[in-house]
Design a protein around this ligand. Structure first.
Ligand SMILES: [Fe+2]
Length: 286
């Protein structure tokens, strides 16, 4: 087993107790680590017992038996990123709707590759809002939230500045950041697919816009408000409600009381820029 594969197993072993299937996933990782000699048979047995109920904390079972819990090695950047991409796929796999299968097919090709980590790039929006966003995301998908928290510093966060300032407005420009996990210069290379994370401060309007790239959003916080026609009414959507924007479909997002933290994917035409669409009511929301 490679060092990275072992590190990813240790991260899987540390999955928080509670989410459906988490007990079985931890036990699966424990079996592989036991087979490689990293866990004792008694420790493995504790993970087996804890797997009978997702809410049972394996360390508690070990404490009851007088066992010392395993001490995972510190994961490196490649392992943190690999765990994040695997968790992203797990989260998507539980959902259905337009764009999900297409995104997972493209993601599957990346999962076969080894990530190429690069130095992370900090961003003021991330420093200001990520902690609050992850606290909220923890109540929606604690495992994915933990994987994002572990890898945030490994990611190249960018504030997009290609929109004409007069069209996108002054608020969104300084209130968002995104990073790519898969893309032309991301840890996983893809020539015409982009998948990553998007963070926007609370109470911000991302004005009506469109782009040739079909786009999937999977918000990990919520509720936030959306509309799909300039000047139309906004509707409120909860966390984990996927939003699929077909090519050139207008869309706007009005973030709620929490920071907006979302997975995003552009499934093709990623080099074609987005453009702002005029609307007459932006001042009501900004
Ligand atoms: Fe978009």
């Amino acid at each position: 087993m490679t060092d990275m594969a072992t590190s990813v197993l240790w991260l899987a072993l540390s999955e928080p107790a509670g989410p459906p299937g988490s007990g079985r996933r931890r036990y699966g990782a424990a079996m592989a680590l036991h087979a490689s000699g990293a866990l004792s048979t008694a420790q493995l047995e504790a993970y087996r017992e804890a797997a009978t109920a997702d809410a049972v904390e394996p360390f508690r079972v070990m404490a009851d038996r007088g066992l010392t819990p395993p001490v995972p090695p510190a994961p490196d950047a490649a392992a943190r990123l690999a765990h994040l991409l695997a968790e992203t796929d797990r989260c998507l796999a539980a959902l259905s709707g337009p764009g999900i299968a297409e995104t997972r097919t493209l993601l599957a090709a990346a999962l076969l590759q080894k990530p190429d980590p690069r130095p992370g790039r900090a961003n003021l929006v991330v420093e200001t809002h990520m902690e609050t966003a992850l606290e909220a995301a923890k109540t929606i998908d604690p495992t994915l939230a933990a994987a994002i928290a572990a890898a945030t510093g490994d990611l190249t966060w960018i504030t997009y500045d290609a929109y004409p300032p007069a069209q996108i407005g002054p608020h969104f420009t300084r209130s968002h950041a995104f990073c790519s996990l898969i893309g032309a210069t991301a840890p996983w290379r893809a020539s015409d697919f982009d998948l990553g994370l998007f963070l926007v401060a609370p109470g911000i309007l991302y004005r009506d816009h469109a782009h040739p790239a079909p786009e999937l959003y999977l918000p990990l916080t919520g509720p936030h408000r959306w509309r799909f026609a300039p000047d139309g009414p906004f509707r409120t959507l909860p966390a984990l409600q996927p939003v699929w924007n077909p090519a050139l479909k207008p869309h706007a997002t009005l973030t709620g009381a929490l920071p907006f933290l979302s997975l995003f994917a552009w499934t093709r035409d990623v080099d074609q820029p987005a453009h702002v669409l005029p609307a007459s009511d932006w001042s009501l929301y900004e």
